[in-house]
Design a binder for this molecule. Structure first.
Ligand SMILES: [Zn+2]
Ligand SMILES: [Zn+2]
Length: 361
């Protein structure tokens, strides 16, 4: 996935010219923009779950409020797909906050795909570009894109939340995630995205139908556990791009507008501690301060105990203390310097070279 070497001094006779070569920098945006079909599909996957949420209200009057099977199926799929985004697409694939064995890597790639937020390669490329240019020109989804006054910011919030999805410029995967392109498992799972979309939409309905042995049970499960669940997760994820770059606390020094937003911490599995994340992007725990609930970090620590995850980048107290803002007596949480507390933690042998060492953007 590298550019072809280009001979310097064009026009000179090769045999007489010094054979100095340089690599042409890869473009950050693909030369071909997205076509109308891709734009239509994005629109469909933004609108249909939202319509499902709106439809659930009158349907609740007919079928009654959400049933136990629908609530259980919806919650399980929300947690699986949401953790796939938070722990998988974001902390593992984008930022290499920890290393994972092959089984966990595949499970995280599939789980994140079930959120229907795009294939893993597209998601990671966009997010690495976001970190490279955070809240500056080149950021694919900054709410500050149009200016600082309230009118520009209102427009920017809409753009950061949903509008950016319709921008025809596609982030170059060769430029931003060559490590993942070199991983055959990741490439295959990314290519199979339409299959994961079908599974995410239809499996809850199938389970609901079998659980209740009725067609109505399948239909209500489709509305609640497929459409409503996907809609909620979409908007929680997109709130990290919009809300968490506009409102909230700057607990740690950053060069952008990323903020910590407490009320989104549980539904986003810890992703809304976005200020710490931009301050220290490879850190596995985003809710690094005492009392900040970070479900993803907890699950990473369980995976570490099981030996599925290793080389976890837990918060480094000395580094983070220097970045704390204000004098409000903030204290770092219990997982700080964990690698020093548990030097004998189980650590399996590193994986084969195919996984590659993934560098944070
Ligand atoms: Zn990130
Ligand atoms: Zn951000």
């Amino acid at each position: 996935m590298t550019a072809s070497p280009e001979t310097v001094s064009p026009g000179t006779i090769p045999s007489q010219a010094p054979q100095v070569t340089r690599r042409t920098p890869l473009p950050e945006i693909e030369p071909e923009p997205t076509g109308p079909l891709a734009q239509f599909l994005v629109g469909t996957f933004v609108a249909v779950p939202l319509l499902g949420l709106l439809a659930a209200i009158p349907l609740a009057a007919i079928w009654g409020l959400i049933s136990w099977p629908d609530a259980v199926i919806g919650l399980v799929f929300y947690v699986v797909s949401g953790m796939g985004i938070s722990m998988g697409f974001h902390r593992y694939f984008t930022h290499s906050s920890f290393k994972a064995n092959r089984g966990l890597k595949i499970a995280l790639a599939i789980a994140g795909s079930l959120a229907i937020e795009g294939p893993v390669l597209t998601w990671v490329a966009d997010h690495r570009r976001h970190h490279k240019y955070s809240d500056k020109e080149g950021d694919p989804h900054s709410p500050w894109r149009f200016g600082n006054d309230w009118k520009a910011l209102t427009k920017g919030l809409g753009y950061a939340h949903i509008g950016w999805l319709f921008n025809p410029n596609r982030t170059s995967q060769a430029k931003f995630c060559p490590d993942l392109l070199a991983d055959r498992d990741v490439r295959r799972i990314s290519k199979l995205f339409p299959l994961w979309v079908a599974v995410s939409l239809l499996l809850p309905a199938l389970i609901g139908g079998l659980w209740t042995l009725s067609l109505v049970g399948a239909l209500t499960a489709f509305v609640w556990a497929s459409l409503v669940r996907i809609c909620l997760l979409h908007h929680v994820t997109w709130s990290i791009n919009s809300v968490c770059h506009t409102f909230g606390n700057e607990d740690f020094e950053v060069r952008d507008k990323s903020r910590n937003v407490a009320w989104l911490a549980i539904p986003s599995f810890g992703e809304s501690w976005h200020n710490l994340h931009h301050s220290d992007p490879t850190c596995a725990r985003h809710g690094a301060l005492k009392g900040q609930i970070d479900i993803s970090a907890r699950v990473i620590s369980w995976a570490e105990r099981l030996g599925w995850a290793y080389d976890v980048r837990w918060p480094d107290g000395s580094r983070l203390s220097g970045k704390l803002t204000g004098l409000r007596g903030k204290q770092l949480g219990s997982m700080t310097d964990r690698q020093l507390v548990r030097p004998d933690a189980r650590k399996p042998a590193p994986q084969a070279a195919t996984s590659g060492d993934r560098n944070a953007a």
